[in-house]
Ligand binder design. Sequence first.
Ligand code: BES
Ligand code: MN
Ligand code: ZN
Length: 503
Amino acid sequence: MDFSIKACDWSKGSANGFLNGKADVVVLGVFEAQTLTGAAREMDLVTKGLLTRTVKAGDMSGKAGSTLMLTEVTGIGASRILLVGLGKQDAFNQKAYTEATRAAWRALLATKIANVAFTLAQLPVPERTGDWGVRCAILALREVTYKFTQMKSKPENGDRALKKVVFSIDAADDKAAKLAVKHATALANGMDLTRDLGNLPPNVCTPTYLGQTAKKLGKDFKLKVEVLGQKQIEALGMGSFLSVAKGSVEPPAFIVIHHQGAGAKAAPVVLVGKGITFDTGGISIKPGEGMDEMKYDMLGAGSVFGTMRAIAEMGLKLNVIGVIPTCENMPAGNAVKPGDIVTSMSGTTIEVLNTDAEGRLILCDALTYVERFKPAAVIDIATLTGACVVALGHHNTGLFSKDDALAGELLDASKEAIDPTWRMPLDDEYQELLKSNFADVANIGGRPGGAITAACFLSRFAQNYPWAHLDIAGTAWKSGAAKGATGRPVPLLTQFLVDRAGQ
Ligand code: BES
Ligand code: MN
Ligand code: ZN
């Protein structure tokens, strides 16, 4: 897909200059109460009132989400006009804009149209700068066109017709809009990688596969990548991580991906992602219904991959390290059992009261490992608890941090990227629920506040740097008819890093 930007001032009769005879269609916005937008007004003039007549005839109400394709248009460079309803003008906001762009793309994708001249990004949206419309439109298009077809035996209905989109933009926004194209494309590519990894079946997307994916990413983007195997993980003393891995015939891997965008001395941001490629629950086995969905239990890792890919393509001037402990959680004769006590890399002993609380057991060793990087901040990302889904549903990611500054940055990035995140409590009082009669700490704290006690467990291993934890159990994938990975929280993480880099 080819995206480009063209500055256009509609007050100066530049309609045909913008179209230049190259587009198959021009996309124009219409508000409810049948108000034509700036670009549409200009097109109305050059088509001798076609749009006014269409709207007056009642064929386009301007209702949000409605579209109308006009064909055999004369007087302008394109032979078609796609009218897109924008809803009420005084209620026009980010959400209305996003919905209008989605409706526009759906209408276009249903045709054989290849070249599009798109004017909606030029509409002023409250609280957003002029380049945002471009960014948002690209992300919306990439979202509606994403399809996971790798595992189908036959290719699905051929090539997409849509090839080229030119966005009209105010001249003052030209430079920012060009950067928006680059950043939005990189972000969408990152999200696609995350979604692909999540959607792959667990017999393909194994810890070894994730290791190979990391190596490939390193080759494609010139990133230093290390993939540690069983022996090296043992040598590091990661007894907690290994206790989860040992019930599976798939060997574990510990993946480290370095994006060196700044000077060697600049402290890195470290992203740690939970990479359980299948979570049966282990000996504390899960019920059978919907267990297939536990292939998504590697989406913390998947979002680290996607974010690393996005920032590498952007050429972000920041040091970022992605760290992924990855294994399967299986029941077996040699699997970890409830009651087992394991020793973590930090030396802390852990009583495993429930083998299904495995995410924290692999993450705690990764959190100890990353101390060596003297990080500016560490963010772990994990499909950690069903309790977080109960608390926040599928809309908000749970954010846990004692560091108000870091939490504030993440919440700002969440707003900017429209990747909803809600801060959860992490008071010391909850730590008492993790008391063990036999070891330093237990791996579960009971049902009440289950997402919080999981975060409390992790916090014990993240004392030596600014740290935040994102529980994405409710937001990383969708169940039901549209079952699949969402690509979240790659937008949030990428925005956070872009903000840190000041780019
Ligand atoms: N991977 C699950 C969490 C999960 C549940 C993610 C549902 C997405 C949807 C995690 O490993 C787990 O099993 N957690 C347990 C913890 C409990 C045993 C304390 C849970 O949430 O039930
Ligand atoms: Mn589990
Ligand atoms: Zn899990």
